[in-house]
Design a protein around this ligand. Structure first.
Ligand code: 5GP
Ligand code: ZN
Length: 142
């Protein structure tokens, strides 16, 4: 897509530190790494988020994520990983081309879990809501 930074990276119009690619995906180092080896997995076809991803691209992204997690583990010996997606502006998505972050984690890095990311001030409202009513709302959707 014109004017999409990650499409330009996928097309090699813009340089990136590529660590893996195949017909469907590109994996490259994040320009502002949160940890040594922080990388991004993107589909080569433009899709804004997981809801827009074609099934075959979705499969390719998650297969590549597994491959890269294995490679990072062997190359950099992290103690673990945080693997995640910012979906939508509210969550921090700054580039409207789907990307999966793989962030190696090291003992003493001072970071938290995914639970530490979502500290909503609305929590007090939904903590009192019955899980059952939420479950029913979700399963009603066809
Ligand atoms: P988001 O906040 O949208 O989930 O993450 C976007 C990520 O893309 C950020 O971590 C940011 O550092 C990275 N990024 C932004 N521009 C570039 C770029 O030009 N090259 C690379 N390699 N990463 C980028
Ligand atoms: Zn794009």
């Amino acid at each position: 897509m014109a004017d999409c930074l990650f499409c330009k990276i996928a097309n090699k119009e813009i340089f990136s530190y590529i660590v893996y690619e195949n017909e469907k995906v590109l994996c490259f180092l994040d320009i502002l790494p949160l940890a040594r080896g922080h990388l991004l997995v993107i589909p080569k076809n433009h899709a804004e988020n997981i809801l827009h991803l074609k099934e075959e691209d979705l499969t390719a992204v998650f297969k590549a994520a597994k491959t890269m997690t294995k490679k990072l583990f062997k190359a950099l010996k992290p103690d673990g990983f945080t693997i995640g997606i910012n979906h939508g502006k509210i969550s921090g998505q700054t580039i409207d081309h789907f990307h999966l972050h793989i962030i190696p984690r090291f003992k003493g890095d001072g970071g938290g879990s995914i639970h530490s990311v979502v500290k909503s001030s609305l929590a007090k409202n939904f903590l009192t809501e019955e899980l059952e009513s939420v479950r029913v709302k979700i399963i009603k959707v066809k």
